[in-house]
Design a protein around this ligand. Sequence first.
Ligand code: PGA
Ligand code: MG
Length: 229
Amino acid sequence: MEARFTFTHQWPGVALFDLDGTLVDSAPDVAAAVNHMLETFDRKPVDAEKVSHWVGNGSEELVRRALTGRVDWRAAEPLDDALVNDALNHYLNSYEELNGAHSTVYEGVEPFLRHLHEQGCRMGVVTNKPERFISPLLEQMGLEHWFDRAVGGDTLAVRKPDAGPLLLAMHALGGNLGNTVMIGDSAADVEAARNAGLPSVIVRYGYNFGAPVDDLGADVVVDSLTELL
Ligand SMILES: O=C(O)COP(=O)(O)O
Ligand SMILES: [Mg+2]
């Protein structure tokens, strides 16, 4: 942990948080919506644990992964564009109904957010979730009052791991490259932070897939956000 926050002298200024797998365990609702879609398209249901590892790169990636049953859907049989489009619409409509129903806030999140707030840190959410789902979820989880800016996967033409959404939120919150940190759960978060020139903190409890969390190259890896207090 010694290497953490080499930027301590200017921090906390702005903290950007990933949503799914970092602040909120939304996998039960995502999985229910995915399975609703799969059922409609005559495919076998998948368990929530498996679906959770498909979350983090946006809804279209999720639907492509669900339709092929694999993270690396590009290596599977090519998917028909019309099918993907219909499945995506179905998933989004279904998720809109379910958003937040069985989601929970991860342990350690509330005390960490409170502490940062008390320190004068400004906080934002940068997620690959469609923008319209962010506020309803944060409101249901009782987290909305901590955040002054939220950027979704469709707010810009690019999403994480592109730096754009992080830089948008950082500037909106009055932050700069010397006082801002990205806190997330997966490769898209670490890469987006790196692309933006920002340090990253990664939690081990989220939805990362592929390389182990400790090998993602984050500046800090924690089991709970309270470790940062
Ligand atoms: O992929 C998504 O839809 C959301 O994932 P994120 O909140 O972890 O960015
Ligand atoms: Mg995430």
